[in-house]
Design a protein around this ligand. Structure first.
Ligand code: MN
Length: 311
């Protein structure tokens, strides 16, 4: 598989601070080399904000527009975009890029599903947030509930909630949790994973999501397309502690890699966004290794190699 690593060294539009250092740390820690060792051709590009920092929202969307352009270029070259980002808002830019490569008349345009693995809901809106923290809202932005003007700025359109799966969540604000529970998003909570095991909890939810995506396409051939979002804080802090908002009760690394493989078995994975690694926090090295394992696993399943034959 030809892979483009898209580095997005920003934390809410601010360059090289906090989790904005994560992408560079992955690259300096051997992410490209690990992918090459797996047989992939790797190019590395970096997203850059085009204008001076104004408001946080404008800076985020500026970065997302740059990400979209790099995703479009990667897809045009037949490459898989693996996006390393400080925070989760970057997934809007990935979606905008993917949609732009397809065009409004393509039936796949409407059935691009999103699988979102995250300790947090990321589903706050300006009305439900208790802190105003913008990166508590990216899934709500993706689905058009928060700052719908983002889709005017980026092009494309919001994600259909029925094509959205959120898994591994365990740290949601009360109003945010209520909004997610009454939404049409398929939710597999971290508690469900703990109680039932990952396979039992996630497989039927992924099956349903894939069936809905196929139904929405006019031609139900092949696997439906999806973008995969992995906030590395979906892992338990005992495994990946170097994140901004660690939350206990998370996945093991084996469970996360299995979730990536289960997603790849049911969907044509078009892009990955990997977020929230804060390398200067304690435990940075172990967290880095986890993220690199996510990258190599995602590239492997997107290549269609069965897990058993990958090295
Ligand atoms: Mn997140």
């Amino acid at each position: 598989m030809d892979v483009t690593l898209v580095a997005v060294p920003y934390d809410l539009g601010r360059e090289g601070v906090g989790s904005g250092r994560g992408p560079t740390a992955y690259l300096e820690g051997g992410a490209a080399e690990a992918l090459r060792a797996g047989g992939h051709d790797v190019e590395v590009v970096t997203a850059r904000r085009s204008a001076a920092f104004g408001s946080e929202l404008e800076a985020v969307l500026d970065v997302d527009a740059a990400v979209a352009a790099l995703v479009i270029a990667a897809i045009a070259d037949g490459r898989l975009p693996l996006v390393l980002a400080g925070n989760c808002n970057v997934t809007l830019g990935v979606r905008a890029g993917l949609l732009a490569t397809r065009g409004d008349s393509d039936p796949d345009h409407g059935r691009l599903a999103t699988i979102w693995l995250d300790a947090h809901g990321d589903f706050n809106t300006p009305k439900t947030t208790e802190t105003g923290y913008l990166d508590g809202m990216p899934l709500a932005m993706l689905t058009g509930r928060a700052f719908p003007e983002a889709w005017v700025r980026l092009g494309g359109k919001p994600l259909d909630e029925t094509l959205t799966l959120h898994a591994g969540g365990r740290d949601l604000d009360p109003a945010e949790a209520g909004a997610m529970a009454t939404s049409q998003i398929t939710v597999v909570s971290g508690a469900e994973v703990r109680e039932r095991g990952l396979g039992e909890a996630l497989a039927p939810a992924l099956d349903e999501l894939a069936a809905r995506a196929v139904d929405l396409g006019q031609v139900a051939t092949g696997r439906p397309p999806a973008q995969l979002h992995v906030d590395i804080d979906v892992l338990d802090p005992s495994v990946a502690p170097a994140v901004g908002f660690p939350s206990p009760g998370g996945l093991t690394l084996a469970e996360l890699l299995a979730a990536v493989e289960m997603s790849g078995a049911r969907f044509d994975l078009l892009a990955l966004s990997l977020t929230s690694f804060a390398p200067e926090s304690a435990g940075g090295g172990g967290t880095l290794d986890c993220g690199v394992a996510v990258l190599t696993t995602a590239a492997g399943v997107a290549s269609g190699f069965p897990a058993a034959t990958r090295r």
